[in-house]
Design a protein around this ligand. Structure first.
Ligand code: GTP
Ligand code: MG
Length: 149
C-alpha cells in the first residue's frame, strides 16, 4: 500500500487550511498514518528541497518554509502519490483547476499552501526525512471494505 508525504506549508497553516486539507484526504478514502505540527530546521528544509538547490528561488523557498509551523503528514492508500498530486493541482495556484486544493485557495506560486511527494522515490525519501519510523501508525480503518472492493 502506497504512502506519500503531504505538508501544509506555513502559508496554509496561517490561512487555517489544515482542517480543509485533512478533510479532503480523509474524504477521498486515504488513511492518515502520521501527523505533526513542526517548525522545520533550515537544515531539514535544505535537504527536503535539495533537488531545487540551483533554482533562483531556492533560498527564498527555504526561508518561506521556515517562516512558521508546518503540518507534516503521511497518507496511505491506492495510488495516493499520483492522486494526491491531482488533488493539489499545479505548482502555481493560478494554473490550478477549481476544485483542487491550490485552485481553490490562492493565486501565487510562493503561497501554494501544500506540498506533496511527486514519486515513489521522493515519498520514501521525504517520509524518512520528516518522520521517525515509530511516528508512523499501522492501523485498520473500519470502512476499508467500503472503499476497496
Ligand atoms: P511541492 O509539492 O511544494 O514540491 O511543489 P511542486 O512539486 O508542485 O513544485 P516544485 O517541487 O517544482 O517546487 C517546489 C516549491 O517551490 C513549489 O511548491 C513552490 O512553492 C516553489 N516554487 C516552484 N517554482 C517556483 C517559482 O518559479 N518561483 C517561486 N518563487 N517559487 C517556486
Ligand atoms: Mg515538488
Amino acid at each position: 500500500n502506497e504512502r506519500t508525504f503531504i505538508a501544509v506549508k506555513p502559508d496554509g497553516v496561517q490561512r487555517r487550511l489544515v482542517g480543509e486539507i485533512v478533510r479532503r484526504f480523509e474524504k477521498k478514502g486515504f488513511k492518515l498514518v502520521a501527523l505533526k505540527l513542526v517548525m522545520a530546521s533550515e537544515e531539514l528544509l535544505k535537504e527536503h528541497y535539495w533537488h531545487l538547490r540551483n533554482r533562483p528561488f531556492y533560498n527564498r523557498l527555504v526561508r518561506d518554509m521556515s517562516s512558521g509551523p508546518i503540518v507534516a503528514m503521511v497518507w496511505q492508500g491506492l495510488d495516493v502519490i499520483k492522486t494526491g498530486r491531482k488533488m493539489m493541482g499545479e505548482t502555481s495556484p493560478s494554473d490550478s483547476m477549481p476544485a483542487t486544493i491550490r485552485g481553490d485557495n490562492g493565486v501565487e506560486v510562493r503561497r501554494n499552501a501544500i506540498h506533496g511527494s511527486d514519486s515513489v522515490e521522493s515519498a520514501h525519501r521525504e517520509i524518512s526525512l520528516w518522520f521517525q519510523e515509530t511516528e508512523l501508525s499501522s492501523w485498520d480503518v473500519c470502512s476499508t471494505n467500503w472503499i476497496y472492493s
